[in-house]
Design a protein around this ligand. Structure first.
Ligand code: BEZ
Length: 212
């Protein structure tokens, strides 16, 4: 099944390194990151899962629950987690789905048969508290994902959800954001008391609203 932005993220039940989970129950009212890994005991995946573990506080600050997936079995995951903790100096304490029957991979379109018939590509899906899909990125197996970018997108998505702003090219936390096009300039001045800079009627900036 091909999923697109705005679609409802399908629910599923799965075996994981932390036991059986129901995806929606696991997410609760949090944001979610579901990301696929081609296989256990592979080098790039080892660094990605280690990086995710070390960013635990960053995800928690943003009310994000992470859930990894690989098509190997729980027993393999458990052995591999030992290696990840040892080599990446971390504690992996989020679940890794054991998607041996490819059920979740197929549901989320993580297998791209022309890249590999059996293992997943490196996809990452961000899901909002409303259970809709906010972002899908797909990398080849040979390229590790950029987790600074993952956190940056989460920050941008949460600013949009909470303040009706968007973020410009290469935006980073702390920089000016763009006033949403549906907001009239006279309303923007009230909504954004830190000020609105009008460059063009359609291009208006305001300081990041959730900072003091
Ligand atoms: C890796 O994680 O290093 C990897 C996995 C599958 C194919 C290529 C690289």
């Amino acid at each position: 099944m091909s999923l697109r932005l705005g679609d409802v993220a399908p629910n599923f039940k799965a075996s994981t390194s932390l036991g059986e989970i129901d995806f929606y129950e696991y997410l609760g009212n949090s944001w979610g990151v579901l990301f696929s890994h081609p296989a256990d005991y592979t080098p790039v995946c080892t660094t990605e899962l280690g990086k995710t573990a070390t960013l635990k506080e960053e995800f928690a600050k943003r009310n994000v629950k992470v859930l990894a997936l690989s098509v190997d079995a729980v027993q393999q995951h458990l052995g591999w987690i030992g290696d990840i903790n040892e080599t990446q100096n971390c504690t992996v304490d989020f679940p890794i789905i054991a998607d041996e029957n490819r059920k979740v991979s197929e549901l989320y379109d993580f297998i791209h048969p022309n890249a590999s018939a059996t293992t997943t590509v490196r996809s990452l899906v961000i899901i909002g508290p409303d259970k809709t899909i906010k972002l899908i990125i797909t990398y080849p197996a040979s390229t590790g994902r950029n987790f600074v970018e993952v956190l940056r997108v989460i920050d941008s998505l949460q600013l949009t959800a909470n303040y009706s702003v968007s973020t410009p090219a290469d935006w980073k936390h702390g920089e000016e954001v763009i006033v949403g096009t549906t907001i009239k300039t006279e309303d923007a001045l009230t909504k954004f008391p830190k000020g609105v800079k009008v460059v063009k009627p359609y291009l208006r900036y305001t300081p990041q609203p959730n900072l003091n």
